[in-house]
Design a protein around this ligand. Structure first.
Ligand code: PA5
Length: 391
């Protein structure tokens, strides 16, 4: 179960008329949303696609003990966030999924190659455009490793390509399976495409993920309210949103959120800068700035009500964590920091799948309130063009 509190700790910063004005725009924003040609993520993937994912998943498990996902940005963050939340911190018992292509670090890749020497592995290269530099370079390097290890002919059965219909990745590239990312779904909204469902299918029931995600898509009113609160706070000079988490396993979820909001609304000199902090670690770092520094930050706290019990001197550690989080909300609020609170009864798959849908809706509504296109990322192209000149 999810509970959203967008008012208790923001009330004193928000004028009721401002909120009413934005509520008046709701139908207009919803019309814009429903008439967009980039909302393929509001439709369930076909039965054939799901079956193909499950078949491929079985084959990977039969031939490999690890899947290397190669992708960056929206092509990896969704499944990576989900995997990180639910895997064990140590001695993970899940089928191993490794992420590569998220940087050009030769040390990372060299260490990965060494690690893979003793593993049977499959690679899944994921890129909607099929041209992303980090992804294509990593793919070429790991494909060569597969060919050296298994022979050129056999390597093919260990390569899966996930890309768009006319992507250069499928030209002259041999793969055992090719999955399509539909044209009407952009990278950061692609959680329910094979880009994320295939890596997730190795450890999770993707039917359940989809059911919960589509439940989450019903949270339109809550998502619109959140978008309005963000917009009002921005107009009062709160230009930065801190996603505040108190469970380290949510750190990649915070990365997913940052990418979703930054690329959806950070354009045309507008948008809220998303940052994240991990409690309690960052109370001893950014916490100082948030409490007493320049008042440009508002926060969205994630509060997990129940967790496994671990006692210290007869005190439940999770309750202590929650008391700390609640105290921080109160202290920050007293220090003129507006705070939203999203409460999860458990850190469950149900809640996370719903939240993914909720935040996708919020990001779109928020971008429309800023009057920018949520589905493009023209700023990313600027550095890509510089690379083309220099490389
Ligand atoms: O959300 C987006 O569209 C981007 O973050 C892309 O996912 C990212 O740039 C990777 O692009 P591609 O999948 O084309 O390699």
């Amino acid at each position: 179960m999810l509970k959203f509190d967008f008012f208790s700790y923001t009330e004193k910063f928000i004028n009721k008329n401002e909120f009413a004005d934005l509520l008046d725009k709701k139908n207009l924003i919803l019309d814009k949303f429903h008439s967009s040609d980039m909302i393929g993520w509001t439709k369930r993937p076909s039965k054939d696609t799901i079956e193909k994912i499950l078949e491929t998943s079985k084959k990977i498990k039969a031939t490999s003990n690890c899947l290397v996902v190669i992708g960056i940005g929206g092509s990896f963050l969704g499944s990576c966030a989900y995997n990180n939340i639910f895997k064990d911190y140590f001695n993970d018992r899940n089928f191993e999924v490794i992420y590569a292509g998220t940087s050009l670090s030769s040390k990372y890749l060299q260490d990965l190659i060494t690690y893979l020497e003793d593993k049977d592995f499959t690679i899944n290269v994921i890129s909607k455009s099929g041209t992303t530099l980090e992804t294509t370079i990593t793919y070429d390097i790991l494909k060569s490793l597969l060919e050296r290890k298994y022979s050129i002919e056999k390597a093919e059965s260990r390569i899966i390509i996930t890309t768009s219909k006319d992507s250069p990745l499928t030209k002259n590239k041999k793969a055992s399976q090719i999955f399509e990312i539909p044209n009407d779904i952009g990278g950061r909204y692609s959680f329910i495409t094979p880009a994320h469902l295939l890596p997730l299918s190795l450890n999770y029931d993707i039917y359940r993920i989809l059911d919960n995600y589509f439940e989450g898509l019903k949270l339109v009113d809550e998502a619109y309210t959140y978008a309005c609160i963000r917009n009002i706070l921005f107009n009062k000079g709160y230009f930065v949103e801190n996603f505040s988490i108190y469970e380290e396993s949510l750190s990649f979820f915070a990365e997913w959120l940052k990418q979703l909001f930054a690329e959806s609304e950070g354009k045309a000199n507008k948008g809220i800068l998303p940052i994240s902090t991990i409690g309690t670690r960052d109370l001893h770092s950014l916490g100082q700035f948030i409490q007493e520094g320049h008042k440009i930050i508002f926060e969205t706290f994630f509060k997990v009500e129940n967790s496994s019990s671990l006692y210290c001197n007869e005190k439940d550690l999770h309750s202590i964590n929650n008391i700390v989080e609640t105290s921080v909300i109160t202290a920050h609020n007293k220090g003129s920091i507006p705070c939203n609170v999203i409460e999860l009864d458990y850190l469950s798959e149900e809640n996370i799948s719903k939240l993914i849908a909720f935040f996708q809706l919020s990001a779109v509504f928020s971008a429309y309130l800023f009057d920018v296109n949520p589905f493009d990322q023209p700023g990313v192209e600027v550095y890509k063009n510089e690379i083309k000149v220099n490389l």
